[in-house]
Design a binder for this molecule. Structure first.
Ligand SMILES: [Zn+2]
Length: 232
């Protein structure tokens, strides 16, 4: 029997507790060819994108979440989710193979539900950044920028409230992402400020690759600025 890249998994909804299925990609079918400068993974097999399957969408109530969401709901939050998500939800499944558009929809629902549930900024930022990456694959530049800005703003909130500590996100990485996303949305002043913060930490960092990337970007920005100054 031929093994497909996909398998299905039972998930229990964090909100309504009902069960539904979701599709996942077998890790042996996932090979990363390279990364973009904002860490977007470029996969060898363009037909199988595991990024599409990070968000679980409950087909019964619409609540959408990832493995990073906590089980805890603050008082009053369940009522808000019932009002804002479940009452408006027309039951349908996101459980099978997803198109890029369905992947985008799933992430947007995740951003919405995560915001209502007050998940950590670093998690919401991650969902928004992945939404931007999917729009990038679709060449929808305006939407890509819109979600990069949402991610950038959430990373700034995460950095100032320190809600990334204890997650996989390091200080260098979050500073770098704030800088690089700012550069990509054309907010060069903020980008320069945050690239400098990354470079300042070079003696303390165990992530030399990210320091190098920050230096490259910083250099590129300086060259662009010089070119601009020279052009009539
Ligand atoms: Zn549910």
């Amino acid at each position: 029997m031929e093994i497909t890249p996909y398998y299905q998994k039972d998930i229990e909804c964090l909100h309504c507790k009902k069960k539904f299925i979701t599709t996942k990609v077998r890790s042996r079918f996932v090979k990363i060819e390279s990364h973009e400068s904002d860490f977007q993974p470029i996969y060898q097999n363009k037909g199988v994108n595991p990024l599409l399957y990070n968000t679980f969408v409950c087909e019964h109530c619409g609540f959408s979440f990832t493995e990073d969401f906590t089980k805890y709901f603050a008082p009053g939050v369940k009522e808000i989710i019932q009002q804002e998500v479940a009452f408006k939800w027309v039951p349908h499944s996101f459980g099978n193979e997803r198109s890029i558009q369905e992947g985008i929809m799933a992430y947007k629902l995740g951003v919405h539900c995560g915001s209502l549930k007050k998940e950590k900024n670093v998690n919401i930022a991650g969902l928004a950044l992945r939404t931007a990456w999917l729009y990038r694959i679709e060449n929808e530049e305006e939407q890509e920028k819109r979600f990069m800005k949402i991610a950038r703003d959430r990373y700034i909130d995460s950095y100032s409230s320190d809600d990334y500590s204890g997650t996989q996100m390091s200080e260098i990485r979050i500073l770098y992402l704030i800088a690089e996303l700012s550069r990509r949305i054309g907010e060069n002043e903020i980008a320069t400020r945050y690239f400098s913060k990354v470079i300042e930490k070079q003696n303390k960092s165990i992530e030399p690759k990210i320091i190098e990337m920050a230096k490259e970007r910083w250099q590129e920005m300086r060259e662009d600025k010089e070119k601009e100054a020279l052009s009539p």
